[in-house]
Write a protein that binds this ligand. Structure first.
Ligand SMILES: NC(=O)c1ccc[n+]([C@@H]2O[C@H](COP(=O)([O-])OP(=O)(O)OC[C@H]3O[C@@H](n4cnc5c(N)ncnc54)[C@H](OP(=O)(O)O)[C@@H]3O)[C@@H](O)[C@H]2O)c1
Length: 248
């Protein structure tokens, strides 16, 4: 099973960044692509440019999401809609930030998969791509975001077990720093945002991530690409930190 066996794809979070680049890449490979996000103007421009079908909705609206996905025979679902609130540790987070991250990054992705999987299973073909993060695999002082992406990591592994023998494939994509609008959403303070946005390294592009998604979806039927981690060559993770206790 390769891209040529798939006809219809749905990409959530398609109005910018990785999602928009993925829509473009899948359209370039001839699929009918449904592009989902809230910003209607962005989706209209994307539809004009690529020929995708715009679906303006908030993925946290479970009923709307389920009805939309139920009206299609999606062969490919790219669960990409997501956000972080990078400046806040859990101790400092607001209720709204926590709910927004978890409901968008995890709950909506689970409901989207739930909506498409019965059809994929019945047709004996399909591919769910979960856009996780390096933050779901390695420790980062951004616990709510990390937990949301860690949940997608376990979801992806467990779905592979649940769907064994059905022909449905599950891929997790784990990017490090990608140059997108992510930090415009994540950080309210303009000075901090500017500082965080300027990594000073040659960052992965949204197109690079879209290429990884196409690679996974286009792999021969015998190959399930379980997980792809991609980060800037000039980025790393881990290391040893010693932080003296603060005086009170
Ligand atoms: N950039 C990075 O460094 C990085 C690294 C690792 C993982 N990721 C992950 O990659 C994915 C895409 O992010 P990005 O970097 O491409 O950032 P982005 O440019 O900010 O894109 C985020 C997309 O998600 C959509 N979205 C957010 N909330 C939504 C909602 N409630 N309903 C529908 N759509 C919603 C946004 O569209 P609307 O605002 O129009 O709804 C937008 O299209 C996210 O899951 C993110 O966690 C990013």
């Amino acid at each position: 099973m390769t891209l040529s066996d798939y006809r219809t794809a749905v990409v959530t979070g398609a109005s910018s960044g990785i999602g928009a680049a993925t829509v473009e890449a899948l359209r370039g490979r001839g699929l009918e692509v449904y592009a989902v996000a809230r910003r209607a103007d962005r989706l209209a421009a994307l539809a004009e440019r690529t020929g995708c079908v715009a679906r303006v909705l908030d993925v946290r609206d479970t009923d709307a999401l389920t009805v939309m996905l139920g009206s299609l025979e999606a062969d490919v679902l790219v669960n990409n809609a997501g956000l972080g609130r990078a400046a806040r540790t859990l101790a400092d987070a607001t209720t709204e930030d926590v709910d927004r991250i978890l409901s968008t990054n995890v709950v909506a992705a689970v409901h989207a998969a739930r909506a498409v999987l019965p059809g994929m299973r019945d047709r004996g073909r399909g591919h769910v791509v979960n856009v996780g993060s390096m933050a779901g695999l390695y420790p980062l002082a951004s616990s709510v975001y990390g937990a949301s992406k860690g949940a997608l990591h376990v979801l992806s592994m467990d779905l592979r077990l649940e769907l064994a023998g059905t022909g449905v494939r599950i891929t997790e994509i784990c990017p490090g720093r990608v140059r997108t609008e992510f930090y415009d959403v994540a950080v309210d303070d303009p000075e901090l945002r500017a500082r965080l946005k300027e990594s000073g390294v040659d960052e992965v592009t949204a197109g690079d991530v879209a290429d990884a998604i196409v690679y996974a979806v286009d792999a021969p039927w015998r190959v399930n690409v379980n997980r792809i981690e991609l980060q800037p060559t000039e980025q790393t993770y881990g290391g040893m930190q010693f932080t003296p206790r603060e005086e009170r």
